[in-house]
Design a protein around this ligand. Structure first.
Ligand SMILES: Nc1ncnc2c1ncn2[C@@H]1O[C@H](COP(=O)(O)OP(=O)(O)O)[C@@H](O)[C@H]1O
Ligand SMILES: O=P(O)(O)OC[C@H]1O[C@](O)(COP(=O)(O)O)[C@@H](O)[C@@H]1O
Length: 323
């Protein structure tokens, strides 16, 4: 086969706990009071599903990259995922279980500029399904080089799930990204993935100490990077994100944008950085691309990006500072 006809190695995202995001528009939302929603939207979600959707929707130099989604879906409310996969041309290698994928509630208060997430536990995964998924992931590693392991780990799946996958995927020579929290992140970090993207709270939990200010976040990110994780991205909500690689640390601050919902901004950031890496970009452009993807999805509900000209404009408008 000539180099030109060799298929571009693809990206696989793994979502153990997929979700349908139910966004409720609740002006002036107050906990402990009677609230009224003025609008409701349901979109396919779950961290890896979102990353797959953002990547499959992005235009990359050198042509589209094949994107495969695997993980676990409930077969009773599958339509929204099937529709997303079809619309974006995402290859579907998800396992189906009896029952329904969880519906996560996102309360958006545009007046108070707040988003309240209520994430449900999700399906119980039988041991044989979990083992079956490991086989699918291993099989996908024969033809794909980049793996994104994202989101919470449902009941029935061990907290070591991502750590096991990192080890198996490294044996196959894959580049592995982990975006998780709590014990699954702690175990995964011990297996040294190639990239992690905690937010500040997840990083503080991982290191077992509070991170009081940005300087402490940067120090903690450097520590994590020095422990053997090539690229550490710590997202800080509206303040931007810190990118650390090989002793270099950058802060990337998004330009002001209209915010419809912040749900999925972290997943968009992961997708943007992966897209940049697939194009061989260096740290600064990874930071710009990741931040542009994150800023680009804020004005939309669900895993949607603006057109590529707008993304290019956002990329240029990101402020990058050497730390
Ligand atoms: N309110 C906001 N205004 C501008 N940018 C934001 C806002 N919230 C998130 N972002 C962008 O999205 C990125 C990821 O968001 P963050 O909330 O930190 O992730 P996560 O949802 O994973 O906790 C941030 O680093 C930032 O670039
Ligand atoms: O698996 P978890 O940690 O419960 O998170 C699932 C939720 O996170 C999301 O993927 C959004 O994540 P981010 O806002 O961190 O990008 C939602 O689509 C989903 O409801």
């Amino acid at each position: 086969m000539s180099a030109l006809s060799t298929p571009r190695p693809g990206v696989v995202t793994v979502t153990l706990n997929a979700a349908i995001d139910q966004t409720l528009d609740v002006p002036g939302f107050a906990a402990g009071a009677v609230n009224r929603a003025v609008a409701e939207t349901r979109t396919a979600g779950g961290k890896g599903i979102n990353v797959a959707a953002f990547l499959a929707g992005a235009s990359l130099a050198g042509g589209a990259v094949p994107v495969t989604a695997t993980g676990i879906l409930g077969e009773e409310n599958i339509a929204v995922f099937d529709a997303l996969f079809r619309r974006r041309g995402i290859r579907d290698r998800c396992l189906r279980l009896p029952g329904r994928s969880r519906v996560n509630i996102k309360l958006v208060d545009r007046e108070g500029r707040s988003v309240t997430d209520i994430n449900l536990p999700g399906l119980h995964v039988p041991a044989e399904s979990w083992r079956g998924l490991l086989t699918v992931v291993d099989d996908l590693a024969v033809t794909n080089r980049t793996f994104v392991l994202s989101g919470s780990v449902p009941a029935g799946v061990p907290d070591t799930a991502y750590a096991e996958m990192v080890t198996a995927l490294h044996r196959r020579g894959a580049f592995v990204v982990v975006d998780a929290s709590g014990p699954p992140l702690r175990h995964a970090v011990a297996a040294r993935p190639d990239m992690v993207k905690p937010n500040a709270a997840e990083l503080a939990e991982l290191l077992g100490r509070p991170l009081k200010d940005r300087a402490e976040v940067v120090r903690a990110a450097r520590e994590l990077s020095e422990s053997g994780i090539a690229l550490v991205v710590v997202s800080l909500g509206a303040e931007g994100a810190v990118f650390v690689e090989g002793g270099r640390a950058l802060l990337a601050v998004p330009p002001p944008v209209e915010v419809a919902s912040t749900v999925g901004a972290g997943d968009a950031m992961v997708a943007g950085v992966v897209a940049a890496r697939l194009e061989g970009m260096g740290l600064e452009d990874c930071a710009r691309r990741g931040t542009a993807f994150a800023a680009g999805t804020l004005s939309r509900l669900g895993p949607e990006l603006p057109p590529s000209e707008r993304l290019a404009e956002l990329m240029r408008a990101v402020r990058v500072e050497e730390l």
